[in-house]
Ligand binder design. Sequence first.
Ligand code: CU
Length: 271
Amino acid sequence: MTTATLHRPLRFRDLVRPFAPMAAPVPAQRKDQASLSQDERGYFLLALNTLLRQGTYAQLVAIHSDMTHTMHNMGDGSPEAALGQQRFLPWHRVYLYQFERQLQRALRDQVPITVPYWNWETAQEQSVPGWLEDVLPTVAIGAGTISVFRSPRTQADLAQILAGTADPTVPSLATVKKATTYIDFATGLEGVHNLVHDWVGGTMDSLVTASTDPIFWMHHANLDRLWWEWYQGPQGHGLDPQLSGVDAIMDPWRYDEPQTRDIANFNYSYV
Ligand SMILES: [Cu+2]
C-alpha cells in the first residue's frame, strides 16, 4: 500500500536531465521559488515524491503536529504561549533544515537541492506559485491520511495582509522589519505568518496538518530569510531569543538556541 503519493505523479519527462551529478555550492543556496529553473523544480519534486513514498515526509509532518514542542504562540497568554513566541523562529529554522537534509539525501547528495522560499513580499508572487498548484499530496497521519487542499479562510489578499490592513492585531511587514526587540520582531512576524496560513487555507489552516502542504516549507523559508535579514541588519543585530535550560533545546532535536543564530551552522545561505 502506498501511504503517500503526489496527486500528479512526477513523470521523467518533467526532468530535463534526470539525476545528473552537479557540484554543490557551499553553503547550499536557498533560492526564490520563482527563479528556479525547470531542472531545479524537477529535482525538488523528485526528492519530495521520494520522501512521500518512503514515509519520511509523514514523519516530518508528525513532528509539527505535536504541540508539546511549544513552537508557536498559541495566543492565549499562557506561559506556553510566551515560550512559543521565543521558540517560533529558531524551532522552525531547525525544522526546515531537517526537511532540507532529507531532500538532499533523497537525491543521494548528488544534486544541490534546497528549500526554495516563497517570496510573497513581491507583487509577482502574491498568489500560489503556478508549479505548486497541482502538487497536492496525500500524507499518512496517525491512523488516517490527509489530502492536501487549499481554500482561503480570509477575504484579504496577500498585499492587504502585508500592509497590515487585514487584521488590526497584526502589524504591517514594514513595521515588523523595524522592530528593535526580538520579541516584537518574532511576534509580529508570527502574526503575519498566521494570516498567510489563513490565506492559503485548507490543510495550511491547521497546526496539525499545515506541513502536509509542500508550500508550508517555502512559506517558512521566506520567514526564516526575513528573520536572517533583520538579524544581519542594524535593527536586529545581536538580538536573540531569551531561552535557557531545556527551553533552549529545539526538541525533538538536540540543537540549542545559540546554535540556531547563524545559518552557516546549517550550511545554507539565501540568494
Ligand atoms: Cu507556519
